[in-house]
Design a protein around this ligand. Structure first.
Ligand code: ADP
Length: 383
């Protein structure tokens, strides 16, 4: 087993999607190199990284090959087998965030239970593995309205999150999802909005809190991110306090993104991601140190960068493939638009890129960001 240096210069990323691609874009300016574990040479991050290992994120030999060629391993996604990540750690590979921390993002049941036990605000919930669970009918009676039914593992972008219309459908959906994982049944809250708080945490426990943003969802997918968040100062303050608490509870190293529900009873935690997050793409242009730079600095054991906003307003819109292939050139003609293309082949429903616009006027950045995203050919609409 090799003793790892305090500072890690060679970063290995499990997964090679757009997040790894954007890590690869910033790494050279930080004096870091990125090796990705890609499923194929067509993956988005292959174009920006220094080295590529082709293999499956759930194949132990591919993980070993990555671990052996870098100083620290981190993640582009959480579709991993935690036992395999633990095995990697036990063989002396430095993994940040750790397998123990990552469980909060991989397993919604673990997240809900641990946060509830710590007194953190989560919706009322129950974890079951079949609709026969004797505790289920009292929860459903207590809630009155139909709940939200979620696969504890394996879901993303709204997949694995179901909204039954009645009790019959609730029970059927629980049994469908229970075939592949435990199921979280939780109160369907009346949402005023949704916000996301990003926090970077270093190996020494130091933290940097990004400004809070509002996230706008459509069909379970984030379509737009707005800075500053459209909430009161008290609520923004509460989000930062909760983020500090959660980051230290999880003992995360790297970026932690926390999605919150805003309700008339205050904030409730929706979910956490332990990697750069869609709600932080605007930080590439809008904040002094982007989420991608701070993630790499944190997992390398270096000091975190300044997270002061560089603008009064920012809007980021995701570009999602529509029925027709998209056009980048038109999108770039919109004044002030920073257009990020992920280099992926076009497919309806696929996230192909994003557009960020910064400016003095909230209304103007909103209009311009959507103008550019529409020109790009996004299928999403303003919610
Ligand atoms: P994913 O893990 O696929 O990103 P989420 O758990 O974030 O899915 O849920 C997707 C969306 O569904 C949320 O952004 C929110 O709009 C809605 N949603 C999820 N849980 C609830 C809930 N308990 N009450 C109301 N809406 C919810």
């Amino acid at each position: 087993m090799s003793i790892s240096p305090q500072l890690s210069r060679r970063i290995g990323v499990i997964g090679a999607g757009q997040l790894a691609r954007m890590m690869g874009e910033v790494a050279p300016s930080l004096g870091l190199s990125v090796t990705v574990l890609a499923t194929s040479l067509d993956d988005a991050a292959v174009a920006t990284c220094d080295e590529v290992i082709v293999g499956d994120a759930q194949d132990p030999s591919a993980l070993d090959a990555l671990g052996e060629s870098v100083d620290v391993v981190t993640f582009d996604h959480e579709l991993v087998d935690l036992h395999q990540i633990e095995a990697l750690e036990s063989r002396g590979v430095v993994v940040r965030p750790s397998a123990r921390a990552l469980e909060f993002a991989v397993d919604k049941a673990h997240q809900r239970r641990t946060f509830f036990d710590a007194g953190l605000p989560v919706p009322r919930f129950l974890v079951v593995n079949s609709s026969d669970d004797p505790r289920l009918s009292s929860l459903l009676d207590e809630l009155g309205d139909p709940p939200v039914v979620k696969a504890s593992r394996g879901g993303y972008d709204g997949r694995g999150v179901l909204f039954p219309r009645d009790r019959h459908e609730t029970l059927r959906m629980i049994d469908d999802l229970a075939e592949s994982s435990d199921v979280v049944v939780e109160e369907r809250l009346q949402l005023q909005s949704e916000v996301a708080q990003l926090i970077a945490r270093g190996t020494d426990g130091s933290t940097a809190l990004y400004p809070l943003v509002t996230t706008v969802q459509s069909e379970g997918m984030c379509v737009e991110v707005v800075f500053p968040a459209q909430v009161t100062n008290e609520l923004a303050q509460r989000a930062s306090e909760l983020a500090e608490q959660i980051a230290s509870l999880i003992d995360v190293v790297g970026i932690l993104a926390i999605e919150f529900f805003v309700t008339s009873d205050g904030l409730f935690i929706n979910e956490v991601a332990l990697r750069p997050h869609n709600s932080g793409h605007w930080t590439i242009e809008g904040v002094r140190t982007s989420q991608f730079a701070n993630h790499l600095l944190a997992v390398s054991g270096e000091a975190l960068g300044d997270v002061t906003a560089l603008c009064d307003n920012a809007v980021m819109v995701n570009v999602v493939g529509s029925d027709q292939p998209s056009s980048l050139e038109l999108a770039m003609t919109v004044e002030g638009a920073f257009v990020h293309d992920y280099g992926k082949s076009w497919r309806p429903g696929r996230k192909l890129g994003h557009v960020t616009v910064l400016g003095d006027s909230a209304a103007q950045v909103h209009v311009r960001a959507w103008e550019s995203a529409r020109a790009y050919g996004t299928r999403t609409r303003e919610a």
